[in-house]
Design a protein around this ligand. Structure first.
Ligand code: TXA
Ligand code: MG
Length: 331
């Protein structure tokens, strides 16, 4: 079966449609919905059978834990065994693209945490997501709504184009493109201080530390096994995708049907007639919101190669560099 697609207004989602989708969550079925980062594949986080359906649909290794989505701080406290003081200070970024890893409450199905004693929690900043959580009356476990290791969806079409995957989903709430476009920052509060960012995202360690006064460190790019989901190949298009440094562009052996995604500043002399069709993304915030949609479109264009020239190694580009390293297998 293919999913029911409910078009909803991102500013004022129809309560009747949210209620119908919420009923599917309560019944143990999968509902895809937009957060501000990427689309999530949601299920009742308190129902082990529903959670198992997420792993099955994605082909996700059972060792990779899921993020639980709640509507407010009260909902978050109901999912954890402890609520330390730093969580209070950091929860001011909710709703928003920040996941806090905290000790798990027994109320959350064990499979959500993939065997860990902790659970990742966040309050997403999208009316469709918040309305769905409230109507479901349950915390919603939701990874990105893509097959394991593939590019995350930032539009409902990205989910629906994979019919074999989409048929596992009961309802897709289509509220249009997401705004942030790259997955949340995952911050571990279950260990430390200092507290470590396990996955870089829209909110950098430097920003969070400055805003809260807490000792928060970004994980080194090559730290092994920080977050179970930080595998070396992830977010990957099905088209061959390569990391090409600026200095290699001139002598790169371009196959016939190549494209180049140029991230970061365009120095004079970078763009030469020898380069394949080029998609520049010079601004880090715009690159975060546009990268996955661009990769989905290029992946559908029957190309021999998607080359990505990486942005500078700077905090503002850390999340994009992380996703590009994994999409190109440099992880
Ligand atoms: O923006 C997002 O975070 C999106 C939207 C849907 O909310 N979700 C998302 O989920 O990106 P997913 O499953 O694709 O990535 C979850 C990441 C993985 O790297 C996972 O290992 C990590 O969060 N994670 C989840 N729970 C964890 C835990 N208890 N301890 C350590 N890492 C955890
Ligand atoms: Mg994912």
């Amino acid at each position: 079966m293919s999913p029911s697609v409910f078009p909803v207004d991102p500013q004022a989602p129809d309560p009747a449609l949210l209620e119908a989708a919420g009923a599917q969550v309560r019944a143990g079925n999968l509902v895809a919905f937009a957060t501000e980062t990427v689309y999530g594949l949601g299920a009742d986080a308190t129902n082990p059978d529903a959670v198992a359906r997420i792993f099955e649909a994605k082909g996700r290794p059972p060792t990779n834990p899921l993020i639980v989505h709640v509507a407010d701080v009260e909902g978050a406290r109901a999912c954890v065994a402890q609520w330390p003081e730093p969580a209070d200070r950091l929860s001011r970024f909710w709703p928003g693209p920040l996941t806090l890893v905290l000790p798990r409450s027994p109320r959350i199905a064990e499979a959500v945490s993939a065997g860990l004693e902790t659970v990742g929690i966040r309050v997403p900043a999208s009316k469709a997501a918040l309305g769905l959580i409230r109507q479901a009356g349950r915390p919603i476990a939701a990874p990105s709504a893509n097959r394991s290791n593939r590019t995350s969806p930032t539009r409902a079409e990205h989910i629906l184009k994979d019919a074999e995957f989409a048929r596992k989903i009961a309802v897709v709430l289509d509220s249009g493109p997401t705004s942030a476009g790259i997955e949340s920052t995952v911050l571990d509060l279950s260990q430390g201080p200092p507290y470590r960012v396990l996955r870089p995202g829209p909110l950098t360690a430097e920003f969070l530390a400055g805003a809260t006064g807490l000792p928060i460190e970004s994980a080194p790019a090559d730290a092994p096994g920080l977050s179970p989901g930080q595998l070396s190949i992830h977010y990957a298009p099905t088209t061959p995708t390569a990391w090409v440094e600026r200095g290699e562009l001139a002598r790169f052996p371009w196959p016939a049907r190549s494209v180049l995604v140029l991230l970061g500043p365009i120095e004079p002399g970078t763009l030469t007639p020898e380069l394949p069709p080029t998609h520049p993304l010079p601004d880090p915030n715009h690159a975060e919101s546009a990268l996955f949609d661009l990769l989905h479109r290029l992946d559908a264009a029957d190309l021999d190669l998607i080359a990505i020239s990486p942005p500078p190694d700077e905090p503002a580009w850390r999340a994009v560099r992380d996703r590009v390293r994994r999409a190109t297998g440099r992880g």
